[in-house]
Design a protein around this ligand. Sequence first.
Ligand SMILES: Nc1ncnc2c1ncn2[C@@H]1O[C@H](COP(=O)(O)OP(=O)(O)OP(=O)(O)O)[C@@H](O)[C@H]1O
Length: 243
Amino acid sequence: MAEADSLGKVYGTGEHAVVALAGVSARFHEGEFTAVMGPSGSGKSTFMHCLAGLDTPTSGAARIGGVDLSSLREARLTQLRRERIGFVFQSFNLLPTLTAEENIALPLSLAGKRPDPEWTEQIVRATGLADRLSHRPAQLSGGQQQRVACARALVTRPDIIVADEPTGNLDSRSGAQILDLLRRCAAEWGQTVLMVTHDPIAAGYADRVLFLADGSLVDEMAGPTPDRVLERMRRFDAAQAVR
Ligand SMILES: Nc1ncnc2c1ncn2[C@@H]1O[C@H](COP(=O)(O)OP(=O)(O)OP(=O)(O)O)[C@@H](O)[C@H]1O
């Protein structure tokens, strides 16, 4: 469904050049929940942004449904992002003047489309927001705001959900609700879920973990558990301390 083919990204030029991605290849299948981990500055956000068409790679290709994103003009890329990818960010990014219901419907309003009532009801139920729909973000807890952001990401029924540290600002209980929901997106609705996280517990919800270091894919773990992820991260830290 989504594919990174030797994705490379260099910021700046000459002596100021920073290699954020040094040629990363990976495939992300339907119904698969992948966590992306690695030390700060290892290229996780850059990787996700290039893969989701929010940033342009300097080499290699990002493909969604077989389409090379670099072959698309800006308007077509915007449409593809809007229709096929749902984004969830660490800081929720809700519009403060809109109610929860209006925030959820926003991607459809922007595309001039009507909500599918059955699907909307399903995601409102899945996110447990039925009695909060008329509230504005300031009247909601962080966990509720992130659930609104998830419902907004889901409302277009995207093929891919991209979540950048979705639980980074949440307590563990609210975080678990978001992670359960992301797992459901993959297992129940067949969506391809990609999540950047620093948290081994969050990574334990995924089907596999990709580990980045210095812009390269250095390891992959299937069926992760928090303990195994933590142990793998400790080995990274030890290796970095030696260098
Ligand atoms: N716009 C930019 N201009 C210059 N350098 C950048 C830019 N964005 C990212 N970088 C650099 O690219 C490298 C990878 O950054 P990136 O944000 O992808 O890492 P990350 O693994 O997501 O980090 P973190 O966990 O801290 O969010 C870093 O060295 C960063 O400083």
